[in-house]
Design a protein around this ligand. Structure first.
Ligand code: FAD
Length: 414
């Protein structure tokens, strides 16, 4: 019987399993994860799970019965340790091994650490276990310092001030989220955090830490000392690509794949956060860490494992929630092209578009979800728009979309 082995307990792996069964595959599917939880979605870890709105059973990708009903064999709490692509065999942590007809590496990323930054009061956030540990420390009146004003740092800052903590965020850049979203959105988000009472210390590098009897002492590169109760380190991630590299698979800042998700060795695919995948629209490899992309990679790979040859050409979409604000983006935001702002920065409801040769390349929006929705559709079709039209809030982006055949017919009748 054909056996597909999926390594990883995240959304990419779970979506592959679901896609295979939905397409009628009736062979063996084994999902191997070094976490003991059923595959779960990570976005709530820095949001609803930390606020206490969700229990950890609320954001499973599927409930336990689904795996039994769909004959998905779960190897939880089991690490894939070694891979032999010639024998098509993957070794597991308990000394067992599994042969495969195809292997999918969906091993994700891990939190980047800093030498010397560890101890009881130092936190990272990638797993349920990390979030449970951090959540226990979020008591009113405590002081939380956060290294890194990226998504995780900013989302946790929002939760922590709402839970009554004093929060200080350090980042070497000029504005929070600047690398991912640009200066305008980053500046607006910095203002929102400051108004809520978060102390934002941009342009400041924390160079050392010491755990004291009562907390943590930080030293900045300018020599200033700073005391807090706990420290969250949110300074990015490292792809879990070692198993691929050791097997001789091409790796360069992620596991390299073509547009179909195939790695450099036969019968091994890589998807989700760990994959640096060739994107046919952008003409180069991109590694993105977004929930929806990981899920869609999984569905696409399931079809390709069953004989399709579908490139993954979708534009990347992601979101973030901080306080009552909703950030969304679609397209590859590389900071290039002409930047056009639609909406009002002062009112904190605006979208930043990249426009190139009359075509939208990406949008990042603060509380303007419809702009993102329409842009998402536009990115998939030919369109032409001017900077003036884009900047004009009254100009309907929807009007740039090709009209449906039915609408054209009824127009012709009138
Ligand atoms: C706190 C947090 C908040 C986020 N919020 C958002 C958000 O708001 N919006 C958004 O778009 N994205 C968000 N993301 C990103 C999103 O969660 C990821 O893009 C997504 O989880 C990627 O899924 P994946 O399946 O590729 O990898 P992962 O979810 O990382 O899963 C990888 C799995 O593989 C396991 N594994 C690794 N190596 C091995 C091995 N050798 N053997 C067995 N198992 C192994 C890991 O333990 C893990 O279970 C967030 C991420 C985090 C951490």
């Amino acid at each position: 019987m054909t056996r597909f082995v999926l390594v990883g307990g995240g959304v990419a792996s779970a979506a592959t399993a679901a896609g295979l069964r939905e397409a009628g595959f009736d062979g063996e599917i084994v999902l191997v994860s070094d976490e003991s939880h059923l595959p779960y979605e990570r976005p709530p870890l820095s949001k609803e799970f930390l606020t206490g709105t969700f229990a950890h059973t609320d954001f499973r990708v599927n409930q336990e019965s689904w795996y039994a009903d769909n004959a998905i064999e779960l190897e939880l709490g089991t690490r894939a340790t070694d891979l032999d692509p010639v024998a098509r065999r993957v070794s597991l942590s308990e000394g067992r091994s599994l042969t495969y007809d195809a292997l999918v590496l969906a091993t994700g990323v891990r939190a980047r650490t800093l030498p010397g930054f560890d101890g009881e009061r130092v936190h990272f956030l990638r797993t349920i276990a990390d979030a449970e540990r951090l959540g226990q420390r979020l008591a009113p009146g405590r002081h939380l310092a956060i290294l890194g004003a990226g998504f995780i740092g900013c989302e946790v800052a929002a939760v922590a001030v709402a839970r009554g903590l004093r929060v200080t965020v350090f980042d070497p850049g000029p504005v929070p989220l600047g690398r991912a979203l640009g200066a305008e959105i980053g500046g607006a988000m910095g203002g929102i955090h400051t108004e809520r009472g978060v102390e934002i210390r941009t342009g400041e590098v924390v160079s050392a830490m010491t755990e004291t009897a009562s907390g943590v002492q930080l030293r900045t590169s300018s020599g200033k000392l700073f005391e807090c109760d706990d420290l969250l380190v949110g300074i990015g991630s490292i792809p879990n690509s070692e198993i691929a590299a050791q097997a001789g698979i091409d790796v360069d800042g992620g596991i390299l794949t073509d547009e179909y998700g195939r790695t450099s060795v036969p019968h091994v695919h890589a998807i989700g956060d760990v994959a640096s995948r060739f994107h046919p629209v952008h003409g180069r490899r991109l590694r993105v860490e977004h929930h929806e992309v990981a899920m869609r990679h999984g569905a696409n790979t399931a079809r390709n494992l069953l004989g399709a040859s579908e490139p993954f050409a979708e534009e990347h979409f992601f979101w973030s929630h901080q306080y009552e604000h909703n950030l969304q983006s679609v397209g590859h935001f590389a900071g290039g092209g002409t930047r056009v702002i639609r909406g009002s920065i002062e009112e904190r409801s605006f979208s930043v578009f990249s426009l190139e040769n009359g075509r939208i390349r990406s949008v990042v929006a603060l509380d303007r979800p419809l702009d993102v929705l329409h842009t998402r559709k536009l990115l998939a079709v030919p369109h032409e728009v001017t900077a003036e039209q884009l900047a004009d809030k009254g100009f309907p982006l929807k009007s740039l979309l090709p009209r449906k055949a039915g609408a054209r017919r009824s127009e012709a009748r009138t």
